[in-house]
Design a protein around this ligand. Sequence first.
Ligand code: SAH
Length: 255
Amino acid sequence: MDKMNLHRFFVLPETIKDGRVVIKGSDVKHIKNVLRLKKGNNIIIFDGAGKEYLVTIEDIKNDVKGKITHQEEAKDKKHPKIVLLQGIPKGSKMDFVIQKCTEAGVNRIVPLITERTIVKLNGKRLTEKQKRWQKIAKSSAQQSGSVTVPHIDEPVAFFKALDRIDSKALNLIAWEAETSNSLKKVLKQHCSLIQQEDSVISVFVGPEGGFSYKEIEKVRLEGAIPVSLGSRILRTETAGFAIAIMILYETGALG
Ligand code: SAH
């Protein structure tokens, strides 16, 4: 069977039991009314944690029930996990960042409120935004055939995010004023760390106005390495995607 032509749905691992799966929520409407799938049709489901299943639909009512006919470990090549810490940009640009970085294979996105972040988010709005972005990640993974759905954190203040820096990871901050370290050079210097199983590369990207010197200094003190992406200034919504692609190409997972 040509799996490339089948529709893909992300489910939580707990919805899979005794060789069967139950799909709930907005995917049900999509299956019924948009794709018009019927009993007996095949779909792919994936759990975001590396497993994929071929499923035959058995029943479509308020939920969609299916029988698993084949299971396989997802085909993604092993690569370092990428965490993008993204200064929140204006308008809907963050949606674009999430979509594109999911396509590329980023594992986690931490939206950052930096000194130069313009949007004001607090309380309820933070949670709403996070939920919306998580949904975008899910549908983007379904659409692109990616087996990982990146986890989207709730937006966090830059200085708080510094507490979450993992000292075992390779921590980078994209800084257009950096003159000695390029991304390529730093990846080469740390190639043995990157090639270890379960290695993590985390990258900070600033909002439209970039990072302040104070932010660069603080992050440097926490052990992150400022890197340049070349002589052109990329837009904030392009930088994270470009970095993810470059890392994955360099480590052999893409291209
Ligand atoms: N305000 C700055 C540019 C900000 S670009 C200026 O106009 O000079 C937004 C973010 O993208 C930056 O904070 C940085 O993290 C990243 N970025 C864009 N181009 C880059 C480059 N050439 N090198 C390193 N980082 C870059």
